[in-house]
Design a protein around this ligand. Structure first.
Ligand code: A3P
Ligand code: MG
Ligand code: MG
Length: 391
């Protein structure tokens, strides 16, 4: 059975406990040895969020939010529906519950013992978004070193029965800041959701009568849970999948069917192109690669929100598009640095003498990535005090 993650309180009431830290080196450091292996992700199960953000994980409703790709019309106005959109409540901290509950339900349905076998061998369980952050830290550190403005991040981590659980750390202050930034960028953010609506249909075989656009509701999501491995770490990762290829069979969905949708301002200069390749393609590649998503479809839009272009990328071909260029990045550096981070986190927590007594809850650790530190970019790990862990 899978334990649940204790909630974490908002403000520390005591002085921070001693910490361990791992430096993030320049990308070249991680490329001096062969990249760790990464196993092709395998789709285990799925779940959906309903229009009211209810978690749907029964066989009868877990794929309710699944959507199929269909080609959008050029010139589509991404402003359409902005006033009627339903926005998810961004200040709710959801932790790992949906992922853990989905895995429990999946294992309970499986009478073959296969699911329990997978769960007994897994050493990391987290959201794809956390793995993406771990993989990108090496290039974020490089960006910071070059003087670009880079945000750090915070996560909570714990080890239970040898398995490392990592969730986002979302103190209310951070959630409120995020929500404020999202509402001030609401229109630009809306274009991304509106593009998804123009590109998808809720039917696997749309007829001419099928509606072309449904007003976005950002509560609705379809998520895949995959197993994969990075170096010695067998991992289970959950993440949202925007849609599946046309004709994909709902009963036999696999990662080969997945499609990631992105929007981007039209590229008008050499500088736009360099930025797209250096920053956007790196993020799109890592995000999609981690879940085994084979196709990234980018809709190019004007500033005013009109769709003017469409380009699909084979995820695995993306690194070749930047290789050898002055702004090149290398996925090998992401894999090697993420593997060393997992190793640092897993071994530090596993060997940490807990300050809690045996009858208390499992210790929870705070992971902090500071890309612009005077001591050089690093990830710090410290045990949260009892007061910081809300029981
Ligand atoms: P775009 O990526 O096309 O801009 P995702 O691409 O991960 O499927 O996310 C869908 C949309 O959610 C994004 O569309 C964007 O509009 C919005 N979004 C995702 N992450 C965001 C973030 N960190 N800040 C603001 N908006 C975000
Ligand atoms: Mg998405
Ligand atoms: Mg998307």
């Amino acid at each position: 059975s899978i334990p649940s993650f204790p909630a974490v309180a908002s403000s520390p009431a005591t002085a921070p406990t001693p910490s361990a830290s791992l430096s993030i080196n320049p990308p070249s450091y991680y490329l001096s040895t062969p990249a760790p292996t990464f196993q092709l992700p395998h789709h285990l199960t799925s779940f959906s969020y309903s229009p009211t953000r209810e978690l749907l994980l029964d066989p009868s409703n877990k794929d309710d939010a699944l959507a199929w790709y269909r080609e959008p019309r050029m010139g589509s106005d991404l402003n359409k529906g902005f006033g009627e959109a339903v926005w998810r409540n961004g200040v709710v901290d959801e932790g790992l519950d949906a992922l853990v509950d989905t895995l429990s339900a999946w294992a309970a349905r499986d009478s073959t013992g296969g699911a329990d076998d997978v769960l007994s061998k897994v050493s990391v369980i987290t959201w794809r978004g956390m793995m993406t952050k771990l993989m990108l830290a090496v290039y974020e550190a490089e960006n910071a070193a070059k003087g670009r403005r880079v945000d750090g991040w915070e996560m909570n981590a714990m080890v239970l029965d040898g398995c490392l659980y990592i969730e986002e750390s979302n103190p209310p202050s951070k959630l409120a800041a995020k929500a404020a930034s999202e509402s001030s960028n609401a229109l630009a953010s809306y274009y991304g959701y509106s593009f998804e609506s123009f590109c998808t249909t809720s039917s696997s075989s749309p007829s001419a009568a099928t509606e072309e656009f449904s007003v976005p509701n950002t509560n609705v999501q379809w998520c895949s849970v995959v197993k994969t491995s990075l170096g010695e770490f067998r991992t289970i990762v959950g993440g949202e999948v925007d849609c599946v290829r046309p004709g994909a069979d709902k009963e036999r969905i696999g990662t080969r069917d997945f499609v990631e949708l992105k929007t981007n301002l039209v590229i008008q200069s050499q500088r736009d192109e360099v930025n797209f390749e250096r920053h956007k393609l790196l993020k799109h590649y890592v995000q999609s690669f981690l879940l085994g998503v084979p196709t990234v479809t980018v809709g190019f839009r004007t500033r005013a929100g009109h769709l003017t272009g469409l380009q699909s990328f084979n995820t695995l071909d993306i690194p070749r598009l930047v290789r050898g260029k002055p702004h090149a990045w290398d996925p090998g550096a992401c894999l090697a640095s993420a593997r060393s981070l997992l190793s640092f986190i897993h071994s530090t927590i596993s060997s940490h003498p807990s300050t809690l007594s045996a009858d208390e809850d499992y210790p929870v650790f705070r992971l902090t990535f500071d890309p612009s530190s005077r001591d050089g970019p690093h990830v710090r790990l410290r045990e949260l005090s009892r007061e910081e862990v809300r029981v």
